[in-house]
Design a protein around this ligand. Sequence first.
Ligand SMILES: NC(=O)c1ccc[n+]([C@@H]2O[C@H](COP(=O)([O-])OP(=O)(O)OC[C@H]3O[C@@H](n4cnc5c(N)ncnc54)[C@H](OP(=O)(O)O)[C@@H]3O)[C@@H](O)[C@H]2O)c1
Length: 411
Amino acid sequence: MLSSANLVSGARACTRSQVIRPSAFGGLLGSPVASLHRQARRSTEPCSIAEPLSWTRSSIAGLLAAGLLASGSVRPLSASAVVNMAAAVDPKTVPTAKLNSGYSIPLVGWGTFSANEELGTKSTHTALEAGYRFIDTGVVYGNEGDIGKALKEELSSGKIKREDLFICSKLNQDQHAESAAYDAVKGSLKALNLDYIDLYLIHWPLTDKPGPELNPPAQETWKGLERAVDEGLVRSIGLSNFSPEKTEKWLKDARIKPSVNQVEVHAHYRNEHVRDWAKKNGVHVTAYSPLSSPALVKEMGMDFPELMQDKTVLELSKKYNKLPSQVLLRWGIQNGTSIIPKSTNAEHQKENINIFDFELSPEDYQKLSSFTFQGKTQNGEGWAYQEKGPWTTYEELWDEPEPAQQPHPKS
Ligand SMILES: NC(=O)c1ccc[n+]([C@@H]2O[C@H](COP(=O)([O-])OP(=O)(O)OC[C@H]3O[C@@H](n4cnc5c(N)ncnc54)[C@H](OP(=O)(O)O)[C@@H]3O)[C@@H](O)[C@H]2O)c1
């Protein structure tokens, strides 16, 4: 279980009493919806609608996108479509972006929050088989060791070469002191069974210490990370959940510039504030929760519209003959970010990286960039805003006004 200290950097919109349990997410994996999706994707026979009452809009959307439902009628899915959807990709065909450190980051990575223990190790293998080479983890996820176990097996078997991987991890909120940041890197290296990490981030501008300023200051944390770069333990360093204002205030004169800011971005939260600044300043943006974190939203009972079930997304899914998830992830790539969809379902993992054989037209990209609903699934409410600071409100943490429609957990 996560401690209260690491709960805050757990990147979750939960109250202190609502600790995220990976098992709670795992429970969704065996749901009737997931199983219906699996059946739909594998079947080459007309689908039999035996349990209409258990269907959700998402399962219908999946079937629609998979070509199983057309204009309300049921028709068979061709075998080739299923094979195409489930195929692994050649990692060499996954595009990359050049970071200001000189290294390249693949545009699709595997997000790993809540992929723990056996499932974390197994899903690391299936992610690598699917063609992912970029893996996103963090100290607070508690799964670096599970991932490291699989990496050791893959690297020692010779199936994967170290230079082909791009591993990102993040330090926790109790690791912000200069020496603690440096030690965090060493701890991650050990757990991941690696001798260097490609990208290391400060997970949140939070240290769980009340007061008017972030304590220890981010400049100190950064020096610890710069030392790790100097010693070859890390190749690129960056931030996560940092506003442009905080980045400029604290790291304007940093010896090594941040390469990446990892923040929430999806069609229901375009995050233009961060993306525009990053573009002007040569900082790459990685979009987390690119599917708008449906399991978290459900788990937290948040009043958040379901992106994969949005009418426009479903229309485009049908038009391009791609799954709603693939349409949304493709939008993320065309948006100029790398994306890190999380899945511990091997089929979803393959689907999520199979997005380079189609392109959204400028008009369709624009449609997905025009949703009036905008809100973060992880806004810090209930855990990052503290009465005694440093951040007491949404505006203080994010340095921008709270969107008018920002959803809140249902009480
Ligand atoms: N830096 C930060 O503070 C921060 C914060 C949040 C997240 N992250 C990173 O970003 C990653 C992704 O974010 P996220 O996990 O919040 O949300 P997400 O990737 O938007 O959504 C993940 C959810 O979508 C489901 N899913 C994935 N692919 C699917 C598909 N093809 N069809 C249907 N459902 C699908 C997953 O379930 P299944 O597993 O069943 O497929 C899971 O429940 C995290 O794992 C983590 O690595 C970073």
